[in-house]
Design a protein around this ligand. Structure first.
Ligand code: GLU
Length: 472
């Protein structure tokens, strides 16, 4: 079989992580099967669809490396195709014009509710003779096109969930177009899946109730056997409710701006519902393309854990070559003009182990760039040492530092000279802790030798002096 899958995002908002998980699974499946991916922009909702969101979708997919072989097709440019099929359904009496007002529909809903029935359209306008329907539309009356849903059982074999049966007697006739120029989702999806010769529809579980409607539309339009369907598990937030806007901004752009790497996002999303069958957790896109299979997609919901994304992202950061890492971090450094490339590279390299996302470098490197450090004097003393003793220790350190030649000022030299002195005090923290705090203004940071080496002699000495002043 020549596998053909679709990426059908609606450009009604920014591309979010949930969308990408679906598109990624389609992509991986197609790659594994040697198939084709089709990008189809589902922009039939004229009010909510925006060009800028289409742009956002395309740019972010390109950034992630999720590519497509055909398209983008836009549903808004395919009105004539849909019209042809709407006319066919109307002509064959498989659909009809419905003139019921919102008020009528509301009254019907309330009556059904009071009888404890599920709300469904009872087919009122189905009784209007076709000729009369056509005349009313021709005379400018407003109507919608309803598709006659046969009250029968519709079943399909979901590639992830197995046999699924829907009783369509509970459904009622569905609206498939607001007018001849404005077809709606279930209809356009069915038509396009056929027109684009889609073999596999892989989408979120939230679409499962649309599937029997689309299968009935395939039957009514004489399209032959419908595609195979696979419904992916829901993505839940850590509070175990469905991941949504309530849980904050989950747009790809946000993660991109915070310094998550495309390879890490792909890796993370692939594991949201799929697993390799063993405990490996790091996969390149190429590996995923080889290993992915729908058989290994779970039915139960997948939990979106930011902690896991951070961990995966950190793993990818740690294997980046120094040059690549510096380039990637550059936009997040507080100031790249005041220091040379070598110093910047040293800063980034020093903090590499601590980065969960590239933007962490801003906070982690701030103290290197600061003109003046601000911190609480109380953090200078080591383990309950007195201020006086701390001051004395820093003064002793200062004298040693002043004696070190400018061109001897590097991490190894500093360590060779200062370490024996620190050991002499019995507890080396007594000397090294205040020095490190004086250089960084922080309780936690890389060690004093690394930091002093990057700061250089002049800045390091100035910072030690300023700490001594604070202790006066
Ligand atoms: N445009 C729909 C969405 O974004 C696509 C649903 C489908 O895959 O059929 O949810």
């Amino acid at each position: 079989m020549n596998v053909r899958v679709r990426f059908p995002p609606s450009p009604t908002g920014p591309l979010h992580m949930g969308n990408v998980r679906t598109l990624l699974f389609n992509f991986l499946f197609a790659k594994k099967e040697g198939g084709v991916c089709i990008l189809r922009v589902e922009d039939t909702d004229k009010e909510r669809s925006k060009k800028e969101w289409e742009q956002d979708i395309i740019e972010n997919l390109q950034w992630l490396g999720i590519t497509w072989d055909e398209g983008p097709y836009r549903q808004s440019e395919r009105t004539e195709i849909y019209k042809k099929y709407l006319e066919k359904l109307l002509k064959e009496n498989k659909a009809y014009w419905c003139f019921c007002s919102e008020d009528i529909l509301e009254t019907v809903r309330q009556e059904q509710q009071s009888r404890g029935e599920a709300p469904r359209y009872p087919g009122i306008c189905r009784e209007i003779p076709t000729k009369e329907q056509e005349d009313r539309i021709a005379n400018g009356e407003k109507g919608v096109v309803r598709f006659i849903v046969e009250p029968k059982k519709v079943s399909f074999t979901d590639l992830i969930r197995g046999e699924i049966v829907f009783d369509m007697a509970l459904s009622g006739d569905i609206v498939i177009a607001k007018d001849m120029e404005t077809p709606l989702y279930n209809f356009t999806a069915a038509v396009d899946d056929r027109e684009m010769r889609i073999t596999h529809v892989i989408r979120g579980e939230d679409h499962i109730t649309n599937t029997p409607k689309q299968i009935l539309l395939w039957e009514a339009l004489g399209f032959g056997p419908a595609p195979l369907y696979a419904h992916l598990p829901l993505i839940m937030a850590e509070d175990h409710t469905k991941l949504s806007k309530r849980h904050g901004n989950n747009s790809v752009t946000r993660y991109r701006q915070e310094g998550y790497l495309p390879s890490a996002i792909i890796n993370f999303l692939a594991l949201l519902g799929w697993n390799p069958g063993d405990n490996r957790e790091i996969f390149s896109l190429q590996e995923l393309c080889k290993e992915f299979s729908l058989e290994r997609v779970q039915k139960s919901p997948a939990v979106f854990s930011l902690e896991r994304l951070d961990w995966i992202n950190g793993e990818y950061i740690r294997v980046m070559a120094p040059d690549t890492l510096l380039k990637a971090c550059a936009p997040f450094l507080p100031d790249t003009a005041s220091m040379n490339q070598e110093t910047l590279a040293a800063i980034v390299l020093l903090q590499k182990e601590r980065l969960k996302k590239l933007s962490n470098i801003t906070e982690l490197s701030e103290f290197f760039f600061a003109k003046k450090l601000t911190y609480d004097t109380a953090i200078l003393p080591w383990k309950g040492a007195a201020l006086k003793a701390t001051k004395n220790s820093l003064e002793a350190t200062l004298r040693i530092l002043e004696g070190i030649e400018e061109n001897d000022w590097n991490k190894e030299r500093l360590e060779t000279i200062l370490m024996p002195e620190a050991r002499k005090t019995g507890d080396r923290g007594a000397m090294l802790w205040p020095l490190r705090v004086a250089l960084t203004g922080k309780k936690g940071s890389p060690g004093p030798f690394e930091v002093a080496a990057i700061l250089g002699k002049e800045k390091s000495i100035a910072r030690v002096k300023s700490a001594i002043e604070k202790l006066q």
